[in-house]
Design a protein around this ligand. Sequence first.
Ligand code: X8Z
Ligand code: ZN
Length: 607
Amino acid sequence: MKNLILLALLCACAAAPAATGPAASAPAAAAPTAADAKAFVEKVGPELRAAGIKSSTAQWIQNTYINDDTDRAASQANEAALALQTQAVKDAARFKGVTGIDDATARMLENLRVRGAGPSDAAHRMELTTLGTKLSGTYGKGKWCGPDGKKECRDLEQLSQLMAKSHDSAALLDAWAGWHTISKPMRPLFARRVELLNEGAREIGYANEGDRWRSGYELTPDAFEKETDRLWAQVKPLYDDLHCYVRAQLQKTYGKDQVKDAAPIPAHLLGNMWAQEWTNIYPLVEPYPGQTSLDVDAALVAQKWDWKKMVQTGEAFYTSLGLDPLPETFWQRSMFLKPRDREVICHASAWDVQNDNDLRIKMCIKPNEESLETIHHELGHNYYQHYHYQLPYLLQGGAHDGFHEAIGDSIVLSMTPGYLKQLGLIAQVPADEKGLIDVQLKDALTRVAFLPFGLLIDKWRWDVFSGKIQPADYNKSWWELRRKYQGLEAPLPRSEEDFDPGAKFHVAANVPYTRYFLARILQFQFHRAMCQAAGFKGPLHECSIYGNKAAGARLRAMLELGRSKPWPEALFAMTGQREMDGSALLDYFAPLQKWLKEQNAGQKCGW
Ligand code: X8Z
Ligand code: ZN
């Protein structure tokens, strides 16, 4: 996304920073007024924007061409932007308690704090941005070349491909273990970055960086944590039902010696490097084999869909809702495919590099369903950017970061079998109860399986930032959480020589992750609201808003708000609700949940 790395550094914070800025300590300065506050945001917004454009330009270049020079340039540009941001947050502290500030200025001051700050010590700040570039570059360049380094080296794309398609547990284990070696060298760098991030957070009045991250949601850090637990409690029973069914099916392929009764599932058998989404094992767990083919991957390959057709199909969905076409520069400047001749960060992201509708995606597109969905996800970010870039800089962004993540995903929920048939990607729309269960199970492997993973990454990082988890326990505590929330276990003995969290992009790149958990909840709320706006009356899982201008208008109105209002207001405008709520997700999956309970009857579920 725009300013991915910098945003990661700057993300989230809201409590009042300590009044340490030069203006606050200047002797006998006149008390600041509301007019001063307005003048301040009008001055500092464009300055931050200019520095942000320099840093996102350097990051774009580094992300699409990793080498020592681009690393250095990105680290320097990030440091300059962070220095300005840090000073601005400290300067803004003098407006705390000033009365009569207009709503827009107050909101900009609040958003400024939410963006956070780095250490005031320039050397520490430079160290921080250099570590950030190095860690994300290490991830981007990661390869597994066999235990003696002599095998043909494979990157994450190749290893993920194997994890997706192979059912040979030895090959899966090799790919899993191999990728998890790339993060071992990250451990000391990561630990140092934690110290530096905490230093910056403490200087502006937070207990630690995790508190700062949790302060970006109009709630105190504690209240926000409770809110995520409340949402998880709503949807956990459905996850538990899915886990139970999937484990029983995996036992049929891998045997009970590998997949044990009433125990966590080994993490290499779920079709994905992190077992975060289980879509790829659908052929192993398909409820009614032979009923209906939902094999979109095969259709994309057979019909020779290339990246361009896939991205154009994504854009066509958004324009069918009455939203604008993508700018011509999107097609010229994006990175759609993995280049053959240089190192890049393949992890998908969406950017507005120059903050003037300079929209781009950066992806290594493959002709498969996962890429097709990710394209729609990334375009959701681009459309948010498109509709908020003309707001003052400090009012831009998602209502909260989970909103930004949920837009494209809510569009993916409209890619129903009916819509896929229209695209020629499946032959028939499953018409009976069995077909519906097939479709829903496949969907749940993507969307429900993800929920605990979406939650646990930051549970781990919040405790790392607070010091509750010490470096000596990084890996142990990681696996405790993966066991507790996902019901998974490491397929091999692990030790503190390993640093398994770093094998996940967002940990290496310092991108907060709770946003994706929230997005999995919100996307169903958005979908329900847009279906209502479209006048759809049937069950939620049958609704597609493709082509519906009324649904598009509802979406556009929320995108145009950017971050100008507290998120409950944006949510209310979109859905008529002021709270995040798992009930739309549960409604959507109601037929599947009933079926899973029947299948699991008599099984010993849980772990
Ligand atoms: O990182 C992403 C997007 C970019 S914002 C591709 N996602 C998370 C992940 O890959 O881990 C989307 C789903 C969760
Ligand atoms: Zn995203």
